[in-house]
Design a protein around this ligand. Structure first.
Ligand code: SME
Length: 191
């Protein structure tokens, strides 16, 4: 799948990263795709380390969500909306800290991709939101989305992490794996 070119590190910190995979792989393209995949994994590992360092002494859940959203949104430029929806009462999600244009304030578990993630307690990786009839469009520019549940040690859903992109089919299994790892860390720390 064609994806935007990557932009590498600058001054020792990640400025903005977009995976740069190409279609019609020849030998050189395969090597380039492998390199992009390695870079993506390295960038996630570094962002995870940075988040864990920033939250080391933080016990406040709202402060933690705000910090995570800032780090993710500012380190991966294909994240065009990054935010949490919190479970504030049974089967109801309310918007939490986010970055990007305004998001809808309330989502019942019965609706949307966020509701599906909370209801099923499973990550929703959506290559094309227009192919999901339950998609709630907070922005007309959104083309792909990934929503990861944050669960406490009793597997109760605390929140969902919702990331929208204006690039179609941009989220990979690496995105899913590292966002699930991050949400597992948050669920354990803020149970
Ligand atoms: N797209 C989400 C709604 C939240 S806005 O994207 C911020 C959904 O379908 O649940």
């Amino acid at each position: 799948n064609l994806r935007p070119d990557s932009v590498a590190w600058n001054h020792g910190s990640l400025r903005s990263f977009k995976p740069g995979f190409e279609s019609q792989p020849g030998r050189h393209t395969l090597l380039r795709n492998m390199n992009e995949s390695i870079k993506l994994k390295e960038n996630y590992a570094l962002v995870q380390l940075k988040i864990e360092s920033l939250l080391e002494d933080e016990s406040d859940w709202v402060s933690a969500m705000a910090t995570v959203v800032s780090e993710l949104h500012n380190n991966f430029s294909y994240f065009d909306w990054t935010g949490f929806y919190r479970v504030t009462s049974p089967n109801l999600l309310k918007i939490g800290p986010y970055q990007g244009s305004h998001g809808c304030l309330t989502i019942p578990f019965s609706k949307g991709i966020c509701g599906a993630a909370a209801r099923k307690k499973k990550t929703q990786l959506v290559p094309n939101v227009h192919e999901r009839e339950d998609h709630i469009a907070c922005s007309s520019s959104t083309l792909s989305e990934i929503v990861v549940p944050v669960m406490d040690s009793n597997q109760n859903v605390l929140a969902v992490l919702d990331i929208d992109s204006d690039t179609e089919n941009v989220f990979s299994s690496s995105d899913r794996d590292f966002l699930e790892k991050l949400c597992k860390y948050l669920g354990k720390k803020y149970s």
